[in-house]
Design a protein around this ligand. Structure first.
Ligand SMILES: Nc1ncnc2c1ncn2[C@@H]1O[C@H](COP(=O)(O)OP(=O)(O)OP(=O)(O)O)[C@@H](O)[C@H]1O
Ligand SMILES: O=C(O)C[C@@H](O)[C@H](O)C(=O)CO
Length: 336
């Protein structure tokens, strides 16, 4: 059973808040950054990718964020708009902040890393006063993402968005999205992640991300059920712990656990898996599907993105996900 109900009267399905940046993905793959000469530019940042994924899946989507007043900022807003995302709540910085850049190194399908340039990044300058209450009031589902909690004033902006979502009855999803480079310490991360997670209905993260959150709340066995059960004493109704290629496990408040099979993939690079999984899963939950079916849909969406060069640009439509699952079932798609 799907434990989440969405308000049918609200005109907007989904709004995400947080990081909007640029990914520069290595064109010459299977080599280190030192030997990489050319890159392709894409819109990036986990919440941006998830919003693009939701819009491609047919969800009415908006974004709350801040972009630099430059060509990169305009590239981001233009791309979101071309993908059907309402950018009325994306504000422009006027302090000289820049667009965060993520250069990706693709050494092998399993060995990928990201080299970040995020000093004075515009997305972290979003203030609480710039968060539109109106757009959150209209949305069925608000997604927050961990990186936006890394610094003020963006941190306060996220907490303000959470307050508006709770006031207006929007379901809240939290993708932990831990990116170490924007944080001062792991203790700081644990404190703010916990404060935000208390207010969320759906929490998605990798085992490593939940371990980080448990810095002051030890779980020596790294037990997924122990991790999940803590959040059911607060607002959570679904907690998902992701384990890369091994798949993911979801827990619900009734004590049940849910697993979905994962699909084979011809992996080009691993990043973007979590974002496409989140979009596919949240779409399924909004459709009223079972947790297992929603997870399966997210897993197949993830395989499409990790088999592609980009994250945002590769986000699939619902037809593409269904076709992918059919091709796996018929043996047409096998693992790398
Ligand atoms: N190599 C793989 N083959 C098949 N499916 C995969 C693979 N890697 C990830 N997935 C799918 O994507 C989901 C999310 O992956 P993962 O646990 O790596 O998330 P993540 O670490 O948040 O991703 P990201 O690298 O984007 O931060 C998994 O639960 C699984 O369904
Ligand atoms: O900001 C990053 O850490 C990289 C992103 O831009 C990238 O698109 C990503 O987050 C993939 O999950």
């Amino acid at each position: 059973m799907n434990p989440i109900l969405f308000s049918a009267e609200k005109p907007l399905d989904f709004v995400a808040i947080g990081r909007l940046c640029i990914d520069l993905n290595a064109n010459e793959i299977n080599r280190p950054m030192e030997e990489t000469m050319t890159f392709t530019k894409y819109v990036g940042g986990s919440p941006a990718n998830i919003a693009i994924g939701m819009s491609r899946l047919g969800r009415k989507t908006a974004f709350i964020g801040k972009i630099a007043d430059d060509q990169m900022g305009r590239f981001i807003s233009g791309y979101l708009e071309r993908n059907g995302i309402d950018t009325a709540s994306v504000v422009t910085d006027h302090t000289g902040a820049v667009t965060g850049l993520a250069f990706t190194e693709i050494k092998s399908p399993t060995d990928c890393s990201i080299l970040m340039y995020r000093d004075n990044a515009a997305d972290l300058k979003l203030t609480a006063g710039e968060v539109s209450e109106d757009v959150i009031d209209k949305a069925k589902l608000l997604l927050i993402s961990g990186t936006a909690l890394a610094a003020s004033p963006s941190r306060e902006a996220v907490f303000q968005a959470l307050a508006y979502a709770r006031k207006h009855g929007a379901v809240i999803a939290f993708d932990l999205d831990y990116r170490p480079y924007t944080w001062k310490s792991k203790e700081e991360t644990a404190v703010y992640y916990n404060l935000a997670a208390e207010k969320c209905d759906i929490i998605l993260g990798t085992r490593e991300e939940f371990d980080l959150m448990e810095a002051f709340d030890p779980n020596p066995g790294h037990d997924d059920r122990v991790t999940a059960s803590k959040w059911f004493d607060y607002s959570a109704r679904i907690v998902i712990i992701k384990h890369g290629k091994e798949g993911s496990i979801a827990y619900t408040r009734d004590g049940a656990s849910h697993r979905a099979r994962s699909f084979p993939a011809k992996v080009v690079k691993t990043f973007g898996a979590g974002d496409s999984y989140a979009a596919g899963f949240l779409h399924g939950v909004m459709e009223g599907w079972t947790i297992e079916r929603s997870m399966e849909f997210g897993s197949a969406a993830a395989c499409i993105v990790i088999s592609s060069h980009s994250c945002s640009d590769a986000m699939p439509t619902a037809d593409q996900v269904i076709r992918y699952m059919e091709d796996c079932n018929s043996g047409k798609i096998t693992a790398t």
